[in-house]
Design a protein around this ligand. Structure first.
Ligand SMILES: Cc1cc2nc3c(=O)[nH]c(=O)nc-3n(C[C@H](O)[C@H](O)[C@H](O)COP(=O)(O)O)c2cc1C
Length: 366
């Protein structure tokens, strides 16, 4: 029995390390764009604000953040993953931004892996998200789920919806039946806020409507890391590789998913290919509350380079503030009211889905 467990748990740690390594060593980014290049702000040649007074702070799930930024769920479950989590947590604390651990499934299966998720000691003030997959949640009792959050001092539970990834993994959990019912049951008596997040294929308005009893969503749309690509590099089977390749760019582009979900939820985390402060600013004007970034943080902190992550965050903040200045937005609530116009495929998509783009184009009128 014990040796079976060790074998199984060795497998989990191996899978975690493979995800990290494949994301770093190969290009696992989508070819389909996130849509931000199809979104244009109306430049203000007379901002009427002082750049130095721009306020990027916000409140979210009971915590104050200095910037509308979250380090999205990445890892945990192997010693290497634990080191990455520690570095990411130190970055979150330094900038007072949010952070999520990766799926906590590994620590459920082997309590010895729990320390690789225990990052509260490195980020005592950060907004911290717990993370578990919907397929695991379906099999868990509420008190087990609460324990997930309590054990790492998390503020919010994020349940990941990752059907694309699971179906492409030979060992994937593909029974998603009863997911909505389970989330509804959980929410009824759960003492923490609950959100759902995708892992790179986006969330539609229809799914958001079904889950409107929850506290928010993280969209994780197409345009950034592709989990089909990660699985493509993990498998050595030719037929599986070919299938993974065909689904490389599957899903809803991030910009479209932000628009789809923010008509349902007040709290929307924009993610999936957020790669600049301009993307963060556009996300907020589209209706998101903040943005989440995964892969670039992993790339920056890999091999213990916290300095790289700091340089990266400094640039994101500067780009965000410059964008806010150029649209005359002194605060995050201001940027939410700034006008945007759409072009290209993003425009076609949103028009076909019935969104009133004139609303976005004229939002800024006083
Ligand atoms: C190596 C790696 C591991 C990930 N593991 C998880 C996970 O355990 N749980 C989860 O919800 N999302 C996971 N994600 C998905 C990210 O949270 C994010 O949604 C996705 O990568 C898109 O963001 P990006 O384009 O900024 O990378 C992972 C991403 C990467 C790159």
């Amino acid at each position: 029995m014990e040796s079976g467990n060790i074998k199984k748990n060795g497998k989990i740690a191996k899978r975690k390390d493979e995800h990290i390594l494949n994301s770093i060593e190969y290009d696992v980014q989508c070819n389909t764009p996130s849509g931000f290049d199809d979104v244009t702000f109306i430049h203000s040649s007379l901002p009427e604000i002082n750049f130095n007074d721009i306020d990027t702070s916000l409140e979210m799930f009971g915590r104050s953040l200095d910037y509308p930024l979250i380090i999205s769920a990445i890892t945990g479950g192997s010693p290497n993953a634990g080191k990455i989590n520690e570095d990411l947590a130190r970055v979150a604390q330094k900038y007072n931004i949010g952070i999520s651990v990766g799926s906590q499934r590994a620590m459920l299966e082997d309590a010895a892996l729990r320390p690789t998720y225990e990052i509260r000691k490195y980020a005592p003030d950060a907004l911290l998200f717990s993370n578990i997959g919907i397929a695991q949640l379906i099999t868990m009792e509420n008190d087990q789920v609460e324990e997930l959050l309590e054990s790492i001092g998390a503020d919010v539970l994020a349940v990941h919806l990752n059907p694309l990834q699971e179906v492409l993994q030979p060992e994937g959990d593909t029974d998603f039946k009863g997911g909505v019912k389970r989330l509804r049951e959980l929410k009824k008596s759960f003492s923490y806020p609950v959100i759902v997040k995708e892992t790179g294929a986006g969330i539609s308005s229809e799914v958001a409507q079904e889950l409107r009893f929850l506290d928010g969503v993280e969209v994780a749309g197409v345009g950034g890391t592709s989990f089909a690509a990660v699985e493509y590099y993990r498998t050595s089977e030719k037929a599986q590789k070919e299938i993974a390749m065909k689904f490389w760019d599957w899903g809803i582009p991030t910009v479209c998913s932000i628009v789809e979900t923010s008509e349902v939820f007040d709290t929307v985390i924009a993610s999936g290919g957020i790669r600049s402060g301009i993307h963060i600013a556009k996300s907020l004007a589209l209706g998101a509350s903040c943005a989440g970034i995964a892969y670039p943080f992993l790339a920056a902190t890999y091999k213990k380079k916290i300095e790289n992550a700091s340089i990266y965050v400094d640039s994101l903040i500067r780009e965000l503030k410059i964008t806010m200045f150029l649209v005359g937005a002194g605060s995050l609530s201001d940027i939410n009211t700034r006008s945007l116009v759409f072009s290209g495929k993003t425009r076609d998509y949103l028009v076909d889905r019935g969104f009133l783009l004139e609303y976005f184009a004229r939002k800024g009128e006083k």
